[in-house]
Design a protein around this ligand. Structure first.
Ligand SMILES: Nc1ncnc2c1ncn2[C@@H]1O[C@H](COP(=O)(O)OP(=O)(O)OP(=O)(O)O)[C@@H](O)[C@H]1O
Length: 323
């Protein structure tokens, strides 16, 4: 079974299905908002007396059933956000909430429960995702067995999940007998074995070529659509924007911009996906101009703002171009 859906309307259909499944899971559409909330999130690392501000007031809201990619240059703070959201690290200040859990204040016991039951993970290194001496089926069944779910039901669900991500042909193979892409798709099945509410993937395609990476994104989209799991993928691959409906870009530890692909019905009646880029405004009204705009008009130091009836004009402080 192929899970790669390249054609445009399918992405929109999958998104609708994910929203429906997520609403079913949550017991109503009114509980979809803010499954993941970061507000003015700050993380400062101190090493040998030197402070590094990895996150400087990051804002992010992901609704239940969304599939969101977080992109950014090396050192922009992507892994720091993911480590906080997955409960591995604690923020210095701000708000970080996932599925009702407050990640700043939760106790060690609650954190353990959160990591075991609420969230699933896929890491870049396949060796961190799969046990090398177990078959794909056994790898997927293991988390269920550890959670007390044994026997035929667990084995059946393991095969169903492998089918869902398109690697049922690998069920009896060890990871060493599978390609990198097959291993990562199997890792997605392992991560959702115990039906988490949220799936976090950190550079899941970092070691894969473009075509294989697309298959892994296909698996993440299928899991999102069929199980209603909220999915957050961190990557530094800017091409990911073509694989998901919403891409959030982080720059210098802040949310800088977003690319959204929305379904629209064109004049010919055919549904198409339109890609639009947005700057993100924080609560204090701050935003980052895209680097390309700043470069195009050689904006520096000071810009002139003018309020127009339906937009804001930004001009170079020395009277040159407008963005
Ligand atoms: N444990 C740590 N101690 C000190 N500084 C850290 C620590 N972890 C991250 N940093 C710093 O915080 C900043 C953000 O790092 P982070 O790993 O989140 O970036 P990233 O966007 O994930 O980068 P990459 O794509 O290279 O993994 C960097 O300047 C990094 O050096």
């Amino acid at each position: 079974m192929s899970v790669v859906r390249e054609d445009v309307p399918d992405l929109a259909t999958l998104q609708r299905r994910a929203a429906q499944r997520a609403a079913d899971r949550a017991g109503g559409a009114d509980r979809l908002r803010g499954h993941i909330v970061c507000d003015s999130l700050v993380r400062i690392f101190t090493t040998e007396g030197v402070e590094v501000v990895a996150l400087q007031g990051l804002d992010l809201v992901v609704d239940r059933g969304e599939l969101v990619a977080i992109v950014g240059a090396s050192g922009s703070g992507k892994s720091t956000v993911l480590n906080i959201l997955s409960g591995l690290d604690t923020p210095t200040a701000g708000i970080a909430r996932v599925a009702g859990y407050d990640l700043l204040t939760m106790s060690a016991r609650k954190r353990l429960r959160y990591r075991r039951h609420t969230v699933g993970f896929v890491w870049q290194q396949t060796s961190r995702n799969l046990l090398p001496y177990l078959t794909a089926r056994e790898n997927v069944a293991l988390p269920m067995q550890l959670a007390g779910r044994r026997g035929r039901a667990a084995r059946r669900r393991a095969v169903e999940l492998l089918e869902l991500v398109g690697v049922e042909h690998c069920a009896d193979r060890m990871p060493g007998q599978m390609s990198g892409g097959e291993q990562q798709r199997c890792a997605v099945a392992v991560a959702v074995a115990n039906d988490p509410e949220v799936l976090f993937a950190d550079e899941p395609t970092g070691e894969l070529d473009e075509a294989t990476a697309a298959e892994v994104f296909g698996a993440l989209r299928t899991i999102n659509a069929e199980l209603g799991v909220t999915v957050v993928v961190v990557t530094h691959d800017p091409q990911v924007a073509t694989q998901v409906r919403r891409t959030v870009a982080i720059r210098d530890g802040r949310t800088a911009s977003e690319v959204r692909r929305t379904a629209r019905v064109g004049a010919d009646g055919v549904e198409e996906l339109v890609t639009e880029e947005y700057a993100v405004l924080d609560r204090a009204g701050r935003m980052q101009l895209p680097a390309a705009f700043v470069d195009a008009l050689a904006l520096a130091d000071r810009v002139k703002l003018t309020l127009e009836p339906d937009h804001v004009q930004v001009r170079s402080g020395d009277g040159r171009g407008t963005t």
